[in-house]
Design a protein around this ligand. Structure first.
Ligand code: AMP
Length: 476
């Protein structure tokens, strides 16, 4: 057992759960409105809160709140955001402290002027950096790890703002796709491993940057290219200037973005279409784990493309056996007693006429704790199906993510401590198969450029000391 690190008793930052979406625009009179639309398209990347910061060239303006983009930003509120450049952020809902102070962009004033930052990703050495900064007199306004980058920039000595940011970036470790707004510049940065996606586009003569290209589609922007891993792209009146900010010899794109997190209509990591990859994963799964059945059904919504792929490859019919209610808000209050315990039924309902007497293949993208699959199988049986075969279009999830995907601790990941047959029994399926890691790699272009830590426990960005207490879980 590895002994806990010295920070083990300190409250951690709210990690690891910095799944978020960022959007920015430089050089457009409608910058706030465009950012509002961009954030709306990226709403799946975070629903806890959202914010937009604009610059009118002389000062920054910020509006942020808890909730969904469309609820936060009224026309009146957007009018309070003048300027030709803007950055916005969607924050992911978490089990931890959820507070307005953690909603981004974070805006600060320091010796070189005001600066706003929006961050997608998770820093793995934020705790020790924060301790050192606090000892040096820094006062943090949030408990988001992103604020560390701001303080490191403010504390770095000498040089212009670009050199100071580069100095800060060379001290942080982990995943970051960042947007920084200054009075006269917007800066887009991606960590040297390229863990989270970040794309550059063009709209109406303006530059736009987004976590995913689905945001470009909504406003009608043209995709130009990805912000490169390790690149700092400064966008200003001078046009775009590219700096190599941080170096790495390897790439580590998050494979779970393709499997679950990104929207299927987005093209990420150098133009890989998410929907096509998910369908290909489903086809590969059918090749690996074929079984005779009457019907292939998806677990909505994220299992949809893989189920289509599975059905195509296996030549078994596809249909919608579960219907999802899309209007289930997180604030939904369960009524008491008589109609209690409806659990997953609030979100999904089986189509009984379709399922009755059928041998089903139910395709989902992943099993994390196993609770969803258990409820799905129960629901499908209650819906009248004769057999339920679960097929999972990703490998066994055995490792928590420290780079920004919201996964529970290792102990809670059912596959970290249970064999397939034990999981099958737990979810009460007639059979259960996952995609193999080899199968996953076969489907990906340039498979060597991805991080598979959640499936193989090989973490490409090494952990600093403070995470040893989390690493103790490795000895399980
Ligand atoms: P579980 O019930 O814990 O096994 O969760 C599995 C279900 O959650 C699957 O249907 C996935 O589509 C979905 N899922 C997987 N990863 C995540 C995540 N990071 N955040 C939210 N949902 C997820």
């Amino acid at each position: 057992m590895i002994r806990p690190g010295k920070h083990a008793n300190r409250p951690l930052f709210q990690t690891p759960h910095e799944e978020c979406g960022v959007f920015g625009v430089y050089g457009h009179s409608e910058s706030a409105n465009l950012t509002y639309l961009g954030l709306h398209a990226l709403q799946h990347r975070g629903q806890e809160g959202a914010g937009i910061c604009t610059s009118d060239g002389k000062q920054l303006h910020i509006e942020k709140a808890m909730g969904l983009v469309a609820d936060i930003f009224s026309e009146k509120r957007l009018k309070r955001l003048p300027g030709y450049s803007a950055i916005g952020h969607n924050r992911y809902s978490t089990a931890g402290v959820s507070a307005l102070k953690n909603v981004q962009p974070i805006v600060v004033n320091f010796s070189l002027g005001p600066m706003a930052i929006a961050h997608n990703g998770n820093l793995i050495n934020a705790v020790s950096l924060r301790s050192a900064l606090e000892e040096d007199g820094a006062i943090f306004q949030s408990n988001s790890d992103s604020e560390v980058i701001v303080h490191l920039t403010a504390h770095s000595k000498g040089g212009d703002i670009h050199q100071r940011i580069i100095s800060a970036l060379n001290q942080v470790k982990g995943a970051y796709s960042l947007l920084i707004l200054l009075e006269k510049e917007m800066i887009a940065i991606r960590d040297p491993f390229g863990v989270r996606p970040l794309s550059l586009g063009e709209f109406d003569g303006a530059h736009v940057v987004a976590s995913e290209t689905c945001a470009f589609d909504l406003i009608g922007a043209k995709y130009i290219r990805d912000v490169e891993p390790g690149e700092m792209l400064v966008i200003s009146e001078r046009g775009t200037e590219s700096f190599r900010a941080v170096n790495s010899t390897i790439k580590a794109h998050c494979v779970f973005e393709l499997i679950y997190f990104a929207r299927p209509d987005s093209n990420i990591f150098g133009g890989i279409n998410v929907n096509q990859i998910r369908k290909a994963l489903g086809r590969q799964l059918a090749r690996e784990a074929r079984i005779d059945a009457d019907l292939v059904i998806p677990v909505p919504d994220s299992g949809m493309p893989a189920a289509i792929g599975y059905s195509e490859e296996s030549e078994l019919p596809f249909d919608l056996g579960l219907i999802r209610n899309h209007y289930v808000g997180r604030t939904f209050i369960e009524p008491k007693q008589s109609i209690r315990h409806f659990g997953v039924k609030i979100k999904l309902n089986p189509v009984r006429q379709l399922l009755a007497g059928k041998r089903l293949i139910a395709v989902d993208d992943s099993i994390v704790r196993g609770t969803t699959s258990k409820k799905i199988v129960k629901m499908l049986r209650e819906g009248g199906s004769k057999e339920v075969h679960m097929r999972i279009s990703s490998p066994r999830t055995i490792g928590p993510c420290f780079y920004g995907i919201d996964t529970p601790t290792r102990q809670e990941l059912i596959a970290s401590s249970h064999l397939n047959e034990e999981i099958r029994k737990y979810i009460t399926a007639d059979s259960l198969s996952y995609l193999s890691i080899e199968g996953l790699k076969r489907v990906l272009p340039s498979p060597e450029d991805f991080c598979y830590a959640c499936f193989d426990n090989l973490y490409p960005i090494s952990f600093p000391d403070e995470h040893l207490h989390q690493m103790e879980l490795f000895s399980v």
